[in-house]
Design a protein around this ligand. Structure first.
Ligand code: MG
Length: 241
């Protein structure tokens, strides 16, 4: 167990060191470039990897290499507004950068497989409740609150292992989903179990799902998004008991 934990910490450190080594400055901002083998979901140019939540064309805007939520108060998608990847994913590692506007009461989120939300929120909103920034919505608050003030760029690095289902009975879950989240390069969830879908997320199931960025009626900005699909399960640590 100790060796496995040491191995896990080593893997995380090597990911971080690698990310730091690959940082480059552009327009005064620091970017972590996508490593080899990653699928670039947004490089500042277009929405070619994305659709609106209703499957139609994305209606958010891009300026200066940054995408911005254009709030859609029609709630055309009912449960979860936003944009989602065209590609569907099971296990993966995801990097996403976001910025909350200073003047707004902000809320957004990263919906994994459209089922589980890693919350994006104002640093003081819902503090110490599972609606705060970095929480697994309504399930677990972050181990530490490392949110930056509004108006500053922040990062999530998410390592996700999908729930497993019995091939002979696809309705029977045999293993919960698990997640590790680094917020601004600090581990805030360390290979924790997600017991069920969060909030208004889609029901759990064996099918892969899209990665979704939430429109919660605030002009949140995103940039530099990439994913490494099918991260082998063996590279993930054992669940802490
Ligand atoms: Mg949210």
């Amino acid at each position: 167990m100790i060796m496995k934990r040491f191995l896990f910490i080593s893997i995380i450190l090597s990911v971080l060191i690698s990310a730091c080594n690959q940082q480059e400055k552009s327009n005064g901002n620091i970017y972590s470039t996508a490593p080899e083998g990653a699928i670039v979901l947004f490089d500042g140019r277009d929405f070619s990897q994305w659709t609106n939540c209703d499957g139609g064309e994305v209606r958010w805007k891009i300026a200066d290499g940054i995408m911005e939520v254009v709030p859609d108060s029609t709630y055309a998608c009912k449960r979860i507004q936003g944009i989602m990847t065209k590609q569907l994913f099971n296990d993966f590692q995801l990097h996403v950068e976001f910025l909350l506007p200073e003047s707004e009461n902000t809320n957004s989120g990263v919906y994994i497989q459209r089922r589980y939300e890693v919350q994006i929120n104002d640093e003081y909103n819902a503090e110490n409740s599972p609606g705060m920034g970095g929480s697994i919505y309504r399930q677990k608050i972050p181990d530490v609150n490392v949110s930056k003030p509004k108006g500053e760029w922040q990062t999530y690095d998410i390592i996700f292992r999908a729930a497993r289902f019995d091939p002979a009975d696809p309705a029977k879950k045999v293993e919960n989903a698990r997640i590790t989240v680094l917020h601004n390069n600090v581990v805030i969830h360390n290979n924790v179990i997600i017991t069920t879908k969060t909030g208004v997320g889609d029901p759990e199931g064996p099918e892969p799902g899209p990665i979704m960025l939430q429109d919660h009626l605030a002009p949140v900005k995103f940039r530099n998004i990439w994913v490494i699909p099918n991260v082998p399960a063996k590279t993930l640590p054992e669940v802490k008991k």
